[in-house]
Design a protein around this ligand. Sequence first.
Ligand code: SAH
Length: 668
Amino acid sequence: MIDLLDARERMVERQVARRGVRDARVLDTLREIPRELFVPENLREFAYDDQPLPIAAGQTISQPYVVALMAEAAQIQPGDRVLEVGTGSGYAAAVLARLAARVHTLERHAELVESARSRLASLRLANVEIHLADGPHGWLDAAPYDAILVAAAGPAVTQALKDQLDLGGRLVMPVGERHDRQRLIKVTRTGANHYEEDDLGEVLFVPLVGEQGWAETASDRRPNEGRSFRATRPASTPDLIARAALPLPDPDDPAFAEVFDRFADKRVVLLGEASHGTSDFYRARAAITRRLIERHGFSIVALEADWPDAACLDRKVRARPASADPEPAFQRFPTWMWRNVEVEAFVGWLTAWNAERPMEARAGIYGLDLYNLSASLRAVLDYLDGVDPEAAAVARERYGCLTPWAAAPQAYGRAALSEGYSRCETAVVETLRDLLARRLDYASQDGDDFLDAAANARLVQNAEAYYRAMYHGSAYSWNLRDTHMFETLEAVLGTKGPDAKAVVWAHNSHIGDASQTDMGWSRDELNIGQLCRRRFGDQAALIGLGTHGGTVACATDWDGPMEVKTVNPSRPDSYERLAHDSRVGRFLLDLREGEISPVLRERLLEPRLQRFIGVIYRPDTERWSHYAECRMPGQFDAYVWFDQTRAVTPTTTASGRAGEDDTWPSGL
Ligand code: SAH
C-alpha cells in the first residue's frame, strides 16, 4: 500500500510547486484535501498521479496541477464568493471551499451532483452549494462573484458568465475547439462594460455541453471540417511511419537481425521490451544479440537479472566450473521472466557457439539488477572463504548485521527506519572497499571470479541502500537501482577491456532515456539508458520494443501465480496506436535524426502515451497503471514493432509445473 499522505506531499511539490504555482494558500490547500476520496475506489492508488482520472458519467476529475493553476490564476481571497462550472467529482469545489468564503458549483449530471454532495459533506465543507444546472448561464441567485472557474472547455466565454462577475472579478476558462487542446483564458472585469483578457497557455479539458457549449451528441467532425477543400491531404502520421518503417520477418527467420547491422559499431546496444512476458520480444532480442556476437564482436550480454542468477547462466554458456552456491538460479518471483523456452534456446545457442572458441573469445552473460540480496551475500562470503579465509571471517561478521534480513529484505528497510538509517551501510561499504583494495591479489588468481565477487559486493552495498529507500517509496530507490545497473555494466565493460562491446536486455522503462518520459518529468527518475547516453554518447543505441495486442505472461499481484492474459488493444492516444495504424505488422523504425523525415520526427516528438507492462499487468486499470507520456524519438534511437505478440512459454518440469525445475539451467 502506498503512503497517500506522502504521495500527496510529493504531488504538491513535483507536479504543482515545481511547475510554477507559488500561491502558498493554494499549495497548502492541496496538501489538505484527500484527492483519493474523489476518484473511483479502484483508482485510488493513482489519485496523486500527474493526470486527470475518469469518474462517473463519462467525466473526469481534473489533473491536480490544473486545479491549482486555475485557483491561483483566479486570485481567490478568503472573503471571496466563487462560482464553479462543472462540479464533476467535487474535488476542485473542495479546494475552492477552503480558499474562499462561499462557493456555488454547477453540474449537469444528477449522479455527479449526488456523489459530490456526499463527499463534501463527509469533509464537513459547509460553505459549498452544488446545483443541478446548466453552467454557461451561471447562477444568478448568488451573483455577483469575485471569481468564476469553468472546468469544462467551451467555444467562448458566455456573456451571462461575464455579467455575473463583480467589478475586479476574475474568470478562468479553457476556450477552444472541442477536440483540440484549448487555451486557458483569464478574463478580468475592469469596468461595467470592460474586460481584460489574458492567455495562460495550452490545456486539455472535457467539453462543456449544452446549448452554449457543444451538442452532447456532436459527431466527431471538427466544426470547420468540410468547409475548406485541399487538393492534397497531408500524410497522416501512421502513413509516414509506414513509409519510414523497415519491415521485419518473424524473429525466427535468419534474415530478421540483418537490418540491425546499423548498430554494429556501437559500444553498447540496449534492447528493451514493453512487458516481461512476451515471446516475440525475447526472440527478437536473441536474434539481434546473436548477430552482434557472431559478426560484430559483442561479447557481453547484460540482463535485467540478479548477478548471482545470471552467473549460473554464464557458467553454463562459457563452461565455467559450477558455483559452490547450492541455490538454483531464478527461483524467485517472477520465474517466467528468465526460466522460459525462449531464454533456454538462446542459452543453448550461446553454449554451442562458445564451445568452439577459447575462453577469452567466449561471450558471457551478466546480471545487472540488485534484488537477490541473499544469494549475493552468500556468494561474497563463499568467494572470500576460498581465497582469503581471514577476510571472509571479517566480512561474515560485518554482514551478520544484514543477514537476518536477507531472506526478506523489505523487512530490513522497516527495521533500518526505526533503528537508524546507516545501520549496515558502513559494514557493506567497508567490505566492498576491502575487496576492491585486494583487487590485484585476487585478480591474479582468477579474473572472472574476482569480477564475480566484486559485483556481488557492490550489489550488497547498493541493495542495502535500495531496500532502505524502497521503504520510503521515493524516486531515490529507483535511481539507486538503475545507477547500480549502470555501474555494474561499466564494471563488466571495464574488466573486458577497451574494445569490449555489450548488449543489454532490460525493460523499456530502464533502457529508454527517462529524461524524455514522465519518469523524469514528474518523478525525477533516471535510468540505465539515460546514464549510458551520458557516458557513451552516440556509442550507445537505445532500442525500444512495442506491441498492439496479443497475450502476455504476467501476474495480477506481486508474488502471485503466472497467468496468461490478453493484452488490451492499444489506446487511440498512444504511440502504439500510431504504429498499429501504419498496418505494417513488424518493423524497425530508426528514429535518429537524419534517419527519418523531419516532419515525422517532429510529430513523434509531441508527447504521447506509451504502454509499460512489467511483471504485473492489470488490464482493468490499464490507462492509469500502465500508460505514461513520453517523447519517443528522445526516449529511443529506434523502435521495434510487433503488432501482435504472444506470451513466453515458461519451462516446465517432468511434473509439468511451470518454472520449477531445480536443475535449470545446468540441466539444460
Ligand atoms: N472540477 C471537476 C472536474 C470537472 S470535469 C473536478 O475537480 O472533478 C467537467 C464537468 O463539467 C463534468 O462533470 C461535466 O459533466 C460538467 N459539465 C459539462 N458541461 C456542463 C454544463 N453545460 N453545465 C454544467 N456542467 C457541465
